[in-house]
Design a protein around this ligand. Structure first.
Ligand SMILES: N[C@@H](CCC(=O)N[C@@H](CS)C(=O)NCC(=O)O)C(=O)O
Length: 186
């Protein structure tokens, strides 16, 4: 099994954690923009190969790894819903981050201020749906912890007043597999 990606991507991190939890032997290969444009139809990381199987999205990679190791993946509709809300907030945050690096922000483009509002409303909603006791073995919780840690690392958010999300992240940080994949360890 080979996982291709970057050390800072939260999508890649989630796959690294799942692979480490599975106990499967896998190789991690750093992929730059040129390699991902050549190997993935969406020109994004992560992408993954296992023999003839080629997967190009963190969600399909996670489903493959969880099922191959006999573990549940998004066990019920609420787990799935939380995963997808988190993904939308994460995608939006990354989109804004990349655009701001190119000099475009919410101050200049209306759509980007809607994107910024989406991040704020999404975070507030996630704070009501997760708790410090949320089960961090679930992929919805793990996706959220990967998002929060990335957004803090990139100074995109604060967790002031979002105590449940802070509690969820604190809980994830008890796990050595999670901490060993932190974006600041690059
Ligand atoms: N839906 C994809 C999203 C992956 C994604 O957005 N990856 C970012 C890195 S965190 C990327 O490769 N961005 C490159 C670009 O936007 O050009 C997944 O879940 O794998």
């Amino acid at each position: 099994m080979i996982l291709y990606g970057s050390y800072t991507s939260p999508f890649v991190r989630h796959c690294r954690v799942a692979l480490a939890q599975s106990g499967f032997d896998f190789e991690f290969v750093e992929a730059d923009y040129a390699m991902s444009a050549e190997r993935s139809p969406t020109a994004k990381v992560p992408f993954f190969s296992d023999g003839d199987i080629m997967l190009t999205d963190s969600s399909s990679i996670l489903k493959f790894v969880r099922e191959k190791s006999g573990k549940p993946y998004l066990k019920d509709i609420q787990d799935y819903e939380l995963f997808t809300i988190t993904n939308t907030v994460l995608d939006t945050s990354i989109n804004l981050f990349l655009l701001e690096n190119e000099g475009f922000g919410p101050g200049q483009i209306n759509y980007l201020s809607r994107q910024q509002n989406r991040i704020e409303s999404g975070l507030n909603e996630l704070n009501t749906r997760f708790s410090a006791e949320s089960d961090v073995s679930l992929d919805s919780s793990l996706r959220c912890a990967c998002f929060l840690d990335w957004a803090l690392f990139r100074d995109r958010i604060t967790l002031d007043g979002l105590d449940n999300l802070q509690g969820l992240l604190d809980q994830a940080n008890q796990d050595e597999v999670f901490t060993s994949t932190a974006p600041n360890l690059t």
